[in-house]
Ligand binder design. Sequence first.
Ligand code: MRU
Length: 344
Amino acid sequence: METMRWLEEGYLELLDQSKLPLEVTYLKCKDYLDVADAIRRLAVRGAPAIGAAAAYGLVLGASKLQALSKEVLISGVEATAKELMATRPTAVNLRWAMDRLLNRLRLAETDNVSELKSALLAEAKLIYQKDLDNNRKIGEYGQALIPAGARILTHCNAGALATAGFGTALGVIRAAHEAGKNVSVYADETRPLLQGARLTTWEMLHDNIPVTLITDNMAGYSMACGRVDLIIVGADRITANGDTANKIGTYSLAILAQAHHLPFYVAAPVSTVDLSLASGAEIPIEERESTEVTHFNGHLVAPAGVKVWNPAFDVTPNRLITAIITELGVIGQPYSKNLQAVMS
Ligand code: MRU
């Protein structure tokens, strides 16, 4: 199943993840506003997938610009990138992808507008393809840390659906499975939007990897009962000191892992690392609509009008993270020094 595909007629198709697992449908995005809308309402989600989709979105935006010069094209593309970046603030991969495309334009040796637009598409395709390659590498580095027979708890969906393919956290699990390690998975359902229940279990069942679905509040007891050997999650932004933003509930898992003396791994490509931020306190945390909490499957399940707080992500302090698995290798403490060294 492809998360997204670029059609040579000049548009993007996105697997509509908001409908999974009940319906497999692709959205046709012919305009950057279609892509922005899909990102906003989580039809495409997961940090690397958002970055790749936005890159194609920027290509769509650029294709409609009637620019007669490189300068005019760049200023139009900058404005479109700004709009795309405003869709979801936490995953830094979105900004990273926009910067890459803009740099490709700025550094291009041609002034020919049509050649510049083609260069943008080439860069978007590269981002997509590179993400797939990176996930394979993350899988290889990560699976070396997984003991045979490991029972692995994961949160949200950091799988093929959240990336160009294979996945980060689920990529490590897939690689361990491919290596014959006989691993099994506990998937947190991941309230409020159920990415674990809807997407992670779907991916694992598809690959015949044994998976058990639990609600988020069962994670602690699963650990206390000795049912979990390690935890592995993805990331939306990792700051210079290793603090990591990921789906709301990740921080609680990291605390639980520490209390039960279990390894807690983060798997992410280096496009998720933001060295411009010193610590997790600086990460913008997206807050979403109250109806995601008050409603379940379209039905109101709380008193009408009740006050709601709905942060979509939390920050896990670096001290709770056993290692960060990237395509460049496994990074351990002290993250401030080691992330910088790997990134340079
Ligand atoms: O709100 P979502 O579904 O986009 O949140 C996704 C996550 O938190 C993932 O764990 C993260 O983006 C890593 S995906 C490889």
